[in-house]
Every structure is written in structure tokens, then in C-alpha cells.
Design a protein around this ligand. Structure first.
Ligand code: NAG
Ligand code: NAG
Ligand code: NAG
Ligand code: NAG
Ligand code: NAG
Length: 489
């Protein structure tokens, strides 16, 4: 116990070192102190703290001591309070009496030692001698802790094409962590930026922003902390068609298939002439691909026409027209190498038809020079040949190739020709214009088609009648579905 040294008269003393004030508890100005209950302290030297206020910084898990060493403590009782960062006050000790339950706190004669520092230990520590009046030493404690990140965004975030997206990343840690974002393990996609709050902002979502994002927080204490967020982009339907024209013949069964992609998965429906065709079957092919199959059985001529496949989800709808026709395809007109002789030329073409080709028509004439376009000079130029064909044996060829030799042509002359073909359902569209030249004239390249001109022997045949290379004969009862599927029950 400290010895009593000197009497203290009523006073107020400021201790420069600590900024604390020592006041005599019972000192009343102008009053008598002789009868005070605390008069026993009157003889002591005034107590002082040996150290000044300090700011301590420790890391989580460390052990630290709050020093409250006092000079001339006398019989005054040391009381230690903790005031946490929220301002809550907790009495830790009074003298040697520990007033908190935690094992981590150990009361020393000159302070308090705390083991395994925790975040809640941060704040202020007041050492005080209540019996010596407002005699307080205040220390400050900062507890560093590793980062932790959180996101209020769902782990899988649905984003809509064209919209704004913000991914939240809330980081905690002392010191304040730095936030870093990665996309699929690398740089952020175009259009993505990190804002001041550390959140990732994508102003206009497109399909490239789909994937995994990682938000990492680092403050140099302990391990980094990260959170993974996945972005899934929702989009209005797209229709994946392989063919918008389906050629077929009447027969047993035909399947029209409409594949649509969209997120969420679209609903697909069929209409014809504005009426719903509701006997389609539906299935989901992949996550976001939906397939609708329209089966027409039996397939008759009345079923030809336009079918509209419509895919719809909450973000929009898309339609395509699938034309189902029995007509032959527009022929693809080409020449053959060496097909050009001095006075004749062999035209060849291909088409697609599910019924035999029964006729074709060729229209041809000389290519008119600008200078020759005078009135009267065209009258004899355009020739038209229509050929009826004998449908013989059915060989099932749905892509017949045909040819025809044009005779009585002028030598060294440029010609142009178109062709169309007919089956039992009617005429195809006309081919693109095809340009060719008889020999001794330079080949010309004029249309989208190949032009073949060439030197050759003088044609001996005076008139070669129509020569279908391959008779176009196909089984009408065999039907071919959209997407090339053949179904034969
Ligand atoms: C702690 O010390 C400060 C500064 O002296 C004082 O303002 C505050 O009231 C004290 N709090 C407690 C609980 O002792
Ligand atoms: C994480 O989320 C929880 C619950 O919403 C919240 O209590 C906590 O403070 C958050 N942590 C961070 C680092 O934001
Ligand atoms: C830090 O990360 C390492 C490697 O992943 C791990 O072994 C260690 O336990 C982690 N430390 C903490 C404190 O989580
Ligand atoms: C026409 O035939 C040529 C040569 O065989 C081919 O390259 C081209 O793709 C065909 N065009 C059409 C529209 O079928
Ligand atoms: C061609 O005939 C048309 C009417 O048929 C006439 O208007 C035009 O002037 C004629 N051109 C020439 C070059 O004779």
C-alpha cells in the first residue's frame, strides 16, 4: 500500500501528460472537508498515470495489454472500462476484481491483458480512479481483421438483354479492403466497369457478358476473400430454321420442325392462315432451345401453303414463315465445259422437286448491246422453247439435273437464257439469267451464274431435239420434312 505523504488542500489539477483531471472528490469550495468519508485520502500525494494516452493497433488473434500504471495510487481503486466502437460501455475490472466473464481477459495490477484479440475488442479503454474524481486515462484500440466479402446479389443473376446490370460486392475488413473483379478468370468484358462502391456495373447487357464473375477483397491481413457470381443473360426468342421453304409432295406424313432459342425457353406455336394448328408436339432440346414438331398426316395438296412458327417468351416473340410447297425449286442454270460450239450451246440445270418434272421452258436471246438498242432490232431476238417430258420410270431423284442443246445460234455471239420447270403442282420460279457465248467469241461474265464459252468442233447435228439428261421422276408418296428429315411410317 502506498504510504500517506502529504495533505492535499482542495484544488483542481490538470495533468498535462494525460489530459486527465484530478479533482478532489469531496472538496467543496469554501466548505469544510474535515468530516468527509474520503478524508482518509487527504494526506496522499495526488495520483498520476505513468503513461499518456495511446493508440494501439493489433491484429485479430493477437495478445495485447492496456497499460494503466499509476504513480501514487494510494488506496484508490483502479477501474477499467471498455467503450466499444458502437459506444457501448462495459466495466472490465475494479481493482483486482474481474467483472467480465470471458476467459480472454486477464486483470493485472496495472492494467488488463486481452488474449486472442477479437474485432469487438476495438474501441476505447478508460483507466480511471473514481475515488480520485474524474481521473481518467483513455487508450484507443484498433483491431485489424482480414477481408470478408458478401454480395447481396443472388449467386446466379438473371440479366435481360439491353438492360443495366449491377453486381454488388460488399467488402468488410480493417483496413478497408481493395476490391478487384475478374470475369471467367480474366479481364472484364467490354462495357463492364467497377464503380466507386466496388460494384460491377454493365450499362447494356449483351450475350458476351454471360459467365462467372469473381469479386476479391484484399487488405493485406490474412487471406483474400472472394465471392463468385454468375450472370445468365435472358433474351427474346430467335428461331433457328434450316429451311424456310419445304418442298414435298402429297404422301403419308410430313414433319415441320421449328427450333427456337430463347431464355427463358420460348413457347412455340404454329398457325396457318391465321388459325392455330395445335397438333404440334413440343420438347426441350437444350437448356434454352425449344423444338416444336408439326406432323401432318396424311399430307395432301390442301396442306400446301404457309405455316407460321411463332416463338414467344416474356422478352418478346419471333415468327418465321415456313412455306410448304409442291412446286419445283427455281432451277440453277449452268453451262457445261465445252458446251459452247460455234452454232450451238448445251444448257444444263438442276432443280429440286418431289414429283417428276413434266415440262420445262427456256427463253433465250442475244445479249443486246446498248448501241444496238434501236427500235425494231429486238423483234426476232427472243426465242421461247417449251418441252413436255415423258415421265417414265420413277427413280426417286429429288434433285434432277437436266440439259438442253440450243441450236441454230450465231457464231461468236453472246446469249442470255432463263429456264423454269414444271411438275404436277405447277411451274417453278424462273432461274436467274445465265449468259453464254458461242465459240470464236470471248466468254463473258455477266450474271451471277457461271458462264462457259469455248472453242469446239462445228456442231454437225442440224437440230438436236430436247435431251433431258436425267428424267426427273420421283415418288410423290415419299415425303421429305423440314430440316431434311424423312419419315416413312
Ligand atoms: C472515458 O474517457 C473519456 C475521456 O476522458 C470520457 O469522456 C468518457 O466519459 C469516459 N467514459 C467512461 C465510461 O469512463
Ligand atoms: C454479409 O451479409 C450479412 C447478411 O446480409 C451481413 O450481416 C454482413 O454484415 C455482410 N457482410 C459484409 C462484409 O457485407
Ligand atoms: C489461407 O489460405 C491458405 C491456402 O488456401 C490456407 O491453407 C489457410 O488455412 C488460409 N488461412 C486462413 C486464416 O484462412
Ligand atoms: C447452283 O449450282 C452451282 C454449281 O453446282 C452451286 O455452286 C450453287 O450453289 C447452286 N446454286 C443454287 C441456288 O442451288
Ligand atoms: C422507239 O419506239 C418508241 C415507240 O414505240 C418511240 O417512242 C421511240 O422514239 C423510238 N426510238 C427510236 C430510237 O426510234
Amino acid at each position: 500500500m502506498p504510504s500517506v505523504c502529504a495533505a492535499i488542500v482542495a484544488f483542481s489539477l490538470t495533468i498535462g501528460l494525460t489530459g486527465s483531471t484530478v479533482e478532489r472528490f469531496d472538496g467543496e469550495e469554501g466548505g469544510s472537508s474535515s468530516q468527509s468519508v474520503y478524508s482518509e485520502y487527504d494526506d496522499e500525494d495526488p495520483p498520476t498515470f505513468a503513461l499518456g494516452s495511446q493508440a494501439f493497433t493489433v491484429a485479430v488473434g493477437d495478445t495485447f495489454t492496456i497499460p494503466c500504471d499509476i504513480i501514487n495510487q494510494g488506496r484508490h481503486l483502479l477501474v477499467i472500462h471498455h467503450i466499444n466502437t458502437k459506444g457501448k460501455k462495459l466495466l472490465l475490472s475494479a481493482g483486482e476484481m474481474k467483472l467480465v466473464r470471458t476467459e480472454r481477459v486477464q486483470i493485472d495490477p496495472t492494467g488488463v491483458t486481452i488474449y486472442d484479440a477479437q474485432r469487438q475488442d476495438a474501441g476505447f479503454y478508460n483507466c480511471s480512479l473514481p475515488t480520485a474524481g474524474k481521473f481518467i486515462l483513455q487508450h484507443k484500440l484498433d483491431v485489424l481483421y482480414p477481408p470478408s466479402v458478401n454480395s447481396s446479389s443472388p449467386p446466379v443473376q438473371q440479366a435481360v438483354l439491353g438492360q443495366r446490370l449491377e453486381l454488388f460486392c460488399n467488402a468488410d475488413g480493417n483496413p478497408r479492403p481493395e476490391i478487384d473483379w475478374t470475369f471467367e478468370g480474366g479481364a472484364l468484358p467490354a462495357g463492364a466497369a467497377v464503380n466507386q462502391a466496388g460494384h460491377l456495373v454493365i450499362e447494356r447487357v449483351d450475350r458476351r457478358v454471360e459467365g462467372k464473375y469473381v469479386c476479391t477483397a484484399d487488405n493485406g491481413i490474412g487471406n483474400d476473400s472472394y465471392v463468385t457470381l454468375e450472370v445468365v443473360v435472358e433474351f427474346p426468342p430467335e428461331i433457328i430454321t434450316e429451311k424456310s421453304v419445304v418442298r414435298t409432295g402429297a404422301g403419308d406424313q410430313l414433319e415441320l420442325v421449328c427450333l427456337a432459342r430463347g431464355r427463358p425457353s420460348p413457347r412455340v406455336s404454329w398457325t396457318r392462315k391465321g388459325q392455330s394448328v395445335d397438333h404440334a408436339t413440343h420438347s426441350t432440346v437444350a437448356d434454352d432451345v425449344y423444338r416444336s414438331t408439326l406432323v401432318i398426316r396424311p399430307m395432301t395438296e390442301q396442306d400446301f401453303g404457309n405455316y407460321v412458327c411463332t416463338a414467344q417468351n416474356i422478352h418478346g416473340q419471333k415468327s418465321v414463315v415456313v412455306q410448304m410447297t409442291g412446286l419445283p425449286q427455281q432451277p440453277n442454270l449452268t453451262g457445261v465445259a465445252g458446251g459452247g460450239k460455234e452454232n450451238s450451246y448445251t444448257l444444263t440445270w438442276e432443280t429440286e422437286s418431289y414429283c417428276p418434272i413434266v415440262a420445262y421452258k427456256i427463253v433465250f436471246g442475244r445479249v443486246q448491246q446498248k448501241s444496238a438498242e434501236v427500235n425494231g432490232s429486238t423483234e426476232k431476238n427472243v426465242h421461247e422453247i417449251t418441252v413436255e417430258m415423258d415421265v417414265g420410270t420413277e427413280n426417286g431423284n429429288t434433285h434432277p439435273a437436266m440439259s438442253h442443246i440450243l441450236n441454230d445460234l450465231d457464231a461468236s455471239t453472246e446469249y442470255e437464257a432463263i429456264v423454269k420447270v414444271k411438275n404436277r403442282y405447277g411451274w417453278s420460279a424462273e432461274s436467274d439469267k445465265f449468259c453464254f457465248a458461242t465459240s470464236s467469241a470471248s466468254p463473258v461474265h455477266r450474271s451471277t451464274s457461271r458462264s462457259v464459252g469455248g472453242a469446239g468442233e462445228r456442231s454437225s447435228a442440224a437440230v438436236s431435239l430436247l435431251l433431258p439428261l436425267l428424267a426427273a421422276a420421283s415418288a410423290c408418296q415419299r415425303c421429305r420434312g423440314f430440316c431434311g428429315r424423312i419419315t416413312s411410317p
